[in-house]
Ligand binder design. Structure first.
Ligand SMILES: *Cc1c(COP(=O)(O)O)cnc(C)c1O
Length: 478
């Protein structure tokens, strides 16, 4: 078939679909191309979500479509086909066996809000580029502050992930405690604190030993007397403390450091207390789980990641500070190319990011969709699933590492290091063969298998199957 024939054939068979879409929606009346394209992509996405449990959490085979743009643009059909190939190779958080990480299925209102966010294409850098959304972010941060017990002077800012919120927090703390010029400053956190703190102190140009790790007790909580000893030692070295970081929900087992005691210690010693509540923070919103976070409101700063438990689509993280002025004190540069802020200061002067999408939209709409009762239900169901699994595990053969939230890690009681590493690889694969995906963190020097039970699609029979496989997995270890 020659080229002309082929083109006329394609044109004949697919008259409407090979035509190019207008790349920018018409500003003069509803654009039919855009509407058609959005309907088609939305229905493709709905099918992908709807087929979540027909495969496993991970794709079998992933083939990428061509990456480089072709000489001429593609029509809708080709775009949808290419998209489908990428979707087919994606991790499927909505599969009931997706239990490996803090990556739950997306809330439906959050998906819709993300689409609207893209369509609005506003910029949280400055008020004139996001008039309503800048206010929405300020007010929603204010709501979080008051629910978490921070004072009226508090405020916050969104950032693209908890790592960035933690970095923002330490930069704000350093400025506020007057150590901006001091590379000797030290940050204390427990040995179970998140790796983002190590990254933050590196970026901040502090010394190699700037992050000092305090031992944890049997429950994975920071040991207070360990911290007191290290503070004493620091004084003898004439080095200043930049901040104490408590973790409310550690990454492997969901432990909550003793917030009230740490708040009292920090008040007494006049130290900045940052709480990395990336995981736990949202649990403080619900009446049933809030009592675990007593003392949280006395912190100077708090990181919260609603992306991790509630299903707010990525990324969704907030840094909340007790004195909202502290954000601009650390980050304001003046934005000479912008009109003055209508509110207190521009979004781009509250943290490290300049241009930012309105991530607040999917957080706000997601919370509105759930309501207080829905938020509480998602959280308590996650904790319940952890309890159920915990109750079904063989405690004689498996050593459990867990806490009051929805995370649980196990490793065999018996076996040397090499045997346990082999167990972890083999058992993770065996679980994947049954479409159950756990992660394999190295914790206390040994590989564990970790279940994060925040997936609302996980049912009692999945948990039962998971427990059976884990219980049987230690046979042969001595
Ligand atoms: C996940 C996590 C972070 C980092 O959040 P990202 O959004 O992945 O950058 C920080 N602290 C804790 C405790 C976490 O679990």
């Amino acid at each position: 078939m020659n080229v002309v024939d082929r083109e006329s054939l394609v044109g004949h068979l697919k008259p409407a679909t090979t035509e190019l879409l207008a790349p920018f929606a018409s500003p003069q009346g509803l654009d039919p191309d855009l509407e058609r394209f959005l309907h088609a992509t939305a229905s493709q996405l709905c099918r992908w979500l709807g087929h979540a449990s027909s495969g496993g959490p991970l794709p079998n085979l992933s083939v990428l479509p061509a990456v480089a743009p072709e000489p001429d643009g593609l029509g809708m059909d080709r775009l949808l086909e290419d998209l489908q190939q990428v979707m087919d190779g994606s991790f499927q958080p909505s599969h009931p066996g997706s239990l490996a990480h803090l990556d739950p299925p997306p809330l439906t209102a959050s998906i819709a809000a993300d689409l609207i966010c893209a369509g609005l294409n506003n910029n949280l850098l400055a008020e004139e580029l996001s008039p309503s959304l800048s206010r929405l972010e300020r007010q929603l941060c204010g709501w979080f502050c008051s629910r978490l017990g921070l004072p009226d002077s508090a405020g916050g800012v969104a950032a693209s992930g908890g790592s960035l919120s933690n970095l923002n927090a330490l930069v704000v703390a350093r400025q506020a405690v007057g150590l901006a010029q001091n590379p000797d400053a030290v940050v204390f956190a427990s040995i179970d604190a998140h790796v983002s703190l190590a990254k933050a102190v590196r970026v901040m140009g502090l010394r190699d030993d700037a992050l000092q790790m305090i031992p944890v007790d049997d429950n994975g909580c920071l040991q207070l007397d360990g911290l007191e000893e290290r503070l004493q030692a620091l004084r003898l070295q004439h080095r200043p403390c930049l901040a104490v970081v408590a973790t409310a929900g550690t990454t492997v087992r969901g432990a909550i450091d003793p917030l009230q005691a740490l708040a009292e210690l920090c008040a007494r010693e006049q130290l900045w207390l940052h709480v990395d509540a990336a995981i736990g923070g949202v649990f403080a919103l619900a009446e049933a789980t809030a009592p675990m976070f007593e003392g949280l409101g006395q912190a100077q700063s708090i990181t919260v990641n609603p992306q991790k438990v509630l299903g707010i689509t990525k990324t969704s993280s907030l840094l909340l500070v007790a004195e909202r002025k502290a954000l601009a004190d650390a980050f304001a540069t003046g934005l000479p190319y912008m009109e003055p802020a209508w509110g207190e200061s521009h979004g781009g002067e509250q943290g490290l990011q300049g241009t930012r999408p309105a991530e607040v939209l999917k957080l706000w709409l997601g919370l509105r969709q759930l309501g207080e009762s829905g938020i509480a239900a998602v959280l308590s169901a996650a904790v319940d699933r952890r309890r159920i699994l915990q109750g079904q595990l063989d405690h004689d053969r498996l050593r459990l590492r867990t806490g009051p939230l929805h995370l649980l890690a196990v490793r065999p009681v018996r076996g040397d290091q090499a045997a346990i590493e082999g167990w972890s690889l083999h058992t993770r694969q065996r679980l994947l063969d049954h479409q159950l995906m756990l992660s394999r963190p190295l914790y206390e020097g040994a590989y564990h298998l970790k279940a994060v039970l925040g997936n609302p699609h996980t049912q009692a029979d999945h948990l039962h199957q998971l427990a059976e496989i884990l219980n049987a997995s230690t046979a042969g270890l001595h």
